[in-house]
Design a binder for this molecule. Structure first.
Ligand code: ADP
Ligand code: ASP
Ligand code: MG
Length: 421
């Protein structure tokens, strides 16, 4: 039988009534002749609550125990979903990650799926079970410890199962009815896209559009899994939602296809760093070891600073950004490197009130002028740019967080994203 993967996010399984509504959608697909692998997230808000408890208990927590705690939300919804389906006379069974087992790396809190053996589920489908319910977001490390896949990781569980079982499609049911030109919660002018390319979605996701976890898009692209985002609250059919697909299958041709934002960013500047070969490695090596995800990096032009009684030496300022919840780790890692004498700087300036706003589009490869249009639009609205980063198909800026919504709206207007190209 053709197999479909259906993933339900937190708001789609927020309580038993919502789980029933989701199960109805599963039942409808079974009635249409599909076998179904259902992936569930934890109930809305539950993972945040669990993360909060871990932080309250142990601010510098052991990542293995973090995973033991935060993976638990999905166990509840997986069992409830299987029970709900059984109540509807749909033969269903649930699996936690370790039971499959979903083999992952041992990078706790951000593990990567390495293998999904098919035997356990294949055997159940052969017995006549029509639905396998899988707890998303979790797996098993080589050391047999429970791992989690990073926030939003159930999307990745879903795509990985779709790839492993040759599913005809991976449907991601969520609280919006598709992928929009920007987060529809920020501007009512956001327009739903019928299709978006894997590459653009990959950029949007990695730049903060949390509608899909970045890794899920990467996997879908690599294993050619047709990936769709659609609403769990509305009636849906084969044409609903947004399809993430190859570039060739896209008809629209806007130069910029979306605007992404990331709210919880921080900017750190090492002031008056000695500029010598190896200084960047001496700064960013310890940060990487401390698990800090450094994003944008800017090094100022080097200047000669006079030194009392000696020859002038070259100094510079080094600025980088990282998520706000990693600032404490970054501070500690830098202070330790300084204490060891590996790096020298006068002060560390920290700004935790910044956000990143980005425009993304494959059309940028062949069109000039996107950057100037972006900067002009921000200038017109009085938004000051603190850091800029570009790649082939995106431009990102770091700005004061209080202007984030304004900037997203201004850029959406400047690139006329409310109109199809
Ligand atoms: P789930 O719990 O179902 O996984 P998420 O909260 O992770 O849902 O992702 C859905 C949310 O992503 C939406 O509610 C929306 O606010 C946000 N979002 C951000 N950017 C976009 C976008 N470009 N298109 C659609 N939704 C977006
Ligand atoms: N429950 C996890 C989270 O909130 C995984 C997910 O929802 O995809 O991050
Ligand atoms: Mg999500």
């Amino acid at each position: 039988m053709p197999l479909l993967v259906m993933k339900f996010g937190g708001t789609s399984v927020a309580d038993p009534a919502r789980i029933r509504a989701a199960a109805e959608k599963v039942r409808a697909e079974v009635a249409r002749g599909h076998d179904v692998i259902v992936i569930v997230s934890a109930m809305a808000g539950r993972t945040n609550e669990l993360v909060g408890w871990v932080n309250e208990t142990s601010p510098l927590y052991d990542a293995r125990e973090y995973d033991a705690v935060v993976s638990s939300g999905e166990n509840v919804t997986a069992g409830l979903m299987a029970l709900t389906l059984q109540e509807m006379d749909v033969p269903a069974r649930s699996w936690q990650g370790w039971q499959v087992p979903i083999r992952t790396s041992s990078a706790h809190g951000a593990a990567r799926i390495e293998e999904i053996p098919r035997a356990a589920l294949d055997a159940k489908f052969a017995e006549g079970f029509r639905v396998a319910v899988i707890a998303g977001f979790q797996g098993l490390s080589p050391e047999n410890r429970i791992t989690t896949l990073g926030r939003g990781g159930s999307d990745t569980t879903a795509v990985a199962f779709a790839a492993a079982f040759g599913a005809i499609r991976c449907d991601i049911y969520t609280d919006v009815d598709g992928i929009y030109t920007t987060d529809p919660r920020i501007t009512a002018k956001a327009r739903k896209l019928a299709r978006i390319s894997f590459e653009e979605m990959l950029e949007l996701a990695s730049l903060g559009a949390k509608v899909l976890q970045t890794r899920s898009v990467e996997l879908a692209m690599r294993y050619k899994v047709p990936l769709r985002v659609l609403s769990s609250f509305e009636d849906t059919d084969d044409t609903s939602g947004t399809l993430v697909c190859d570039e060739e299958a896209i008809m629209e041709s806007n130069v910029v296809s979306g605007v992404a934002h990331s709210r919880e960013e921080a900017k750190l500047t090492l002031v008056t760093v000695e500029d010598r070969p190896g200084i960047a490695a001496a700064i960013f090596g310890p940060l990487a070891e401390a698990g800090v995800n450094v994003d944008m990096i800017v090094q100022n032009i080097s200047e000669a600073a006079p030194v009392d009684g000696g020859a002038p030496r070259a100094v510079t300022d080094m600025t980088f950004s990282c998520p706000t919840d990693q600032v404490a780790r970054a501070e500690r890692a830098l202070a330790a490197a300084r204490a060891r004498g590996d790096i020298g700087y006068e002060t560390l300036e920290i700004d935790t009130e910044v956000a990143k706003v980005s425009v993304v589009g494959i059309g940028m490869r062949s069109h000039a002028g996107v950057a100037s249009r972006m900067f002009a639009a921000l200038a017109e609205h009085g938004v000051n740019i603190k850091v800029i980063a570009t790649s082939e198909i995106k431009i990102s800026v770091l700005i004061d967080r209080k202007y984030m919504e304004l900037a997203v709206q201004a850029l959406h207007d400047a690139f006329a994203l409310d109109k199809a190209g």
